[in-house]
Ligand binder design. Structure first.
Ligand code: SF4
Ligand code: SF4
Length: 124
């Protein structure tokens, strides 16, 4: 289908990550049928002013999606309880190597800003 560089806004283009919303719960990692999501995190104890006990906060160290394996099913986006994952209508991320299709936090977060070379068009 000819798109003239435009894709529908609801298209399964790329999966964007909001790292600050991710709690490292591992649901997406466990439920992905392609096993293409990898995540590393560490826990830190934080004591809030006035709190009786410190609470444990998980910090995301690494989050990657291998788009060479992803089958764009949307399970990870649908199941994330914190809306940390979302579809974005970007499609221009081809690579000459399999390793180039593995995207980390930087790229996944940059897609939150909107499409790159592809321009989203109205859903209507
Ligand atoms: S869209 Fe499906 S295959 Fe792709 S990362 Fe999410 S759960 Fe895995
Ligand atoms: S399901 Fe959402 S909150 Fe949980 S690890 Fe995946 S992206 Fe992070």
């Amino acid at each position: 289908m000819k798109t003239d560089g435009q894709v529908p806004g609801q298209a399964h283009g790329v999966i964007a990550l909001t790292a600050s919303a991710c709690t490292s719960c591992m649901i997406c990692v466990r439920e992905c049928p392609s096993w293409c999501i990898e995540l590393e995190s560490h826990d830190v104890e934080v004591t809030d002013p006035g709190a009786r006990r410190p609470r444990t906060v998980s910090f995301l160290d690494a989050f990657t999606i291998d788009f060479g394996l992803c089958m764009y099913c949307g399970i990870c986006v649908d199941l994330c309880p914190f809306d940390a994952l979302a579809w974005r209508p970007d499609f221009d991320y081809a690579s000459r190597s399999a390793a180039g299709l593995v995207q980390g936090i930087g790229e996944l977060e940059s897609w939150q800003q909107g499409p790159g070379d592809g321009t989203a068009i109205s859903d209507s």
